[in-house]
Design a protein around this ligand. Structure first.
Ligand code: SF4
Ligand code: SF4
Length: 367
């Protein structure tokens, strides 16, 4: 029978919510007893919402700060809590499972026996939660696609939040780490490899500093970040992040492994559940009918047309621009898609929008 600290951890993670909250099932305890020691579970439970110095967390536990600080430091190294410095003081936070703890486990890209065990335990927990809850119904997109901005037709209004490069220019430091979705799959089955580049997950600003400090990734220059973007676009990966204007990470997603794309593709209309605010349009009569764009589209939104060129199914199109980057004839441009709201400004605005639960142009349904 699980210790009281792990039962409380289940309740804490249930309150913190996220894609996989705490659930009182055997798969939860099998996983957390591997991830957390009992003392670490007690510390996690004592971290209030937000970011706090070790003194506050120790006070809540009724323990000395000298006892709690090494535990918090060890947990940050293991990706069980977050840590960041401001004004010479370190602040700690308790992240959700997803996004947060699950991803941190695989960002180093290592292949130890413990990595493999954790990957199997996480996979089992996710499967048990999915089976219990049924398919996720997205009522408001919590994630968004960021288009390949150089393919946006020049007459369109391009905001900085449409441009990944603008985040790269704005933030310091920048870091890159291993794609946790593809790495988790390979840890479970080394043959489950789609061949896409792995070291393409980027973090910006304070998020990057945490990843660098805890050796979950490495610091990169702005030039290298732009080169990673280019490499991802050539491979047909989709730029995605939280549906906010102030993002601190960027995933480069494949349809076969990415939790963001797979969740969207499981919806009746993926193009409403995940979107960039743009859609492809034929650029004059340049199309040579080669079919490359159809093959590259990660959501099967394109089909060759009986007439000239291709046609797009907007219920499936997420506006990524992968079709356009693969077209040697420059026959595709991205144009603004009607009825898509701008991303919420920050996390608070995103949470309010999720509460209101309205999909673009469609009534929301309970999640
Ligand atoms: S890749 Fe370009 S040329 Fe080929 S079918 Fe698509 S739009 Fe036409
Ligand atoms: S048609 Fe496919 S590849 Fe092109 S923007 Fe839409 S989802 Fe992306």
């Amino acid at each position: 029978m699980a210790d009281k600290a792990y039962h409380e951890l289940c309740e804490t993670l249930a309150k913190r919510r996220g894609r996989y909250p705490g659930k009182d099932i055997p798969e939860f305890y099998a996983l957390v007893e591997e991830l957390f020691t009992k003392e670490e579970a007690e510390v996690y439970n004592a971290v209030p919402k937000g970011f706090h110095p070790a003194e506050t967390i120790a006070k809540g536990l009724g323990k000395e700060v000298t006892e709690v600080t090494p535990l918090l430091e060890g947990m940050a190294d293991k990706g069980l809590c977050t840590a960041g410095s401001m004004g010479g003081m370190t602040f700690y936070g308790a992240p959700t499972f997803v996004p947060g703890i699950f991803e941190f486990q695989f960002m180093r890209g290592t292949h130890t026996e413990r990595d493999k065990k954790i990957a199997r335990l996480i996979r089992a927990y996710k499967a048990a939660v999915d089976a219990d809850q049924g398919p996720v119904k997205i009522t408001y997109p919590t994630t968004r696609v960021i288009p390949v901005d150089e393919k946006i037709q020049t007459e369109n209004a391009i905001h900085t939040y449409h441009q990944v490069a603008s985040y790269i220019q704005k933030y310091h430091p920048l870091s890159v780490s291993t794609c946790f979705c593809r790495h988790e799959a390979k840890l479970i089955d080394e043959k489950d490899d789609c061949g896409n580049p792995d070291e393409v997950c980027m973090q910006f600003g304070m998020g990057a500093q945490f990843i660098i400090d805890r050796k979950m990734g490495r610091q990169i220059s702005k030039e290298e970040a732009l080169a990673i973007l280019k490499k991802s676009e050539e491979a047909g990966l989709v730029h995605a992040s939280l549906n906010r204007q102030d993002i601190d990470f960027l995933c480069n997603c494949c349809a076969c492994h990415s939790i963001i794309l797979k969740t969207a593709l499981a919806q009746a209309k993926p193009g409403l559940a995940l979107n960039s605010g743009f859609q492809p349009e034929q650029n004059g009569d340049l199309c040579a009918a080669c079919g490359t764009c159809v093959d590259r589209c990660p959501t099967d939104a394109l089909a060759m047309s009986d007439g000239a060129g291709w046609k797009v199914d907007l219920d499936r199109c997420i506006g990524c621009g992968v079709c356009a980057t693969g077209c040697d004839s420059e026959a595709i441009v991205l144009v603004e898609r009607a009825g898509v709201l701008p991303p919420p400004v920050d996390q608070k605005a995103l949470l309010e929008a999720v509460k209101a639960g309205q999909l673009h142009g469609e009534s929301g349904h309970g999640r």
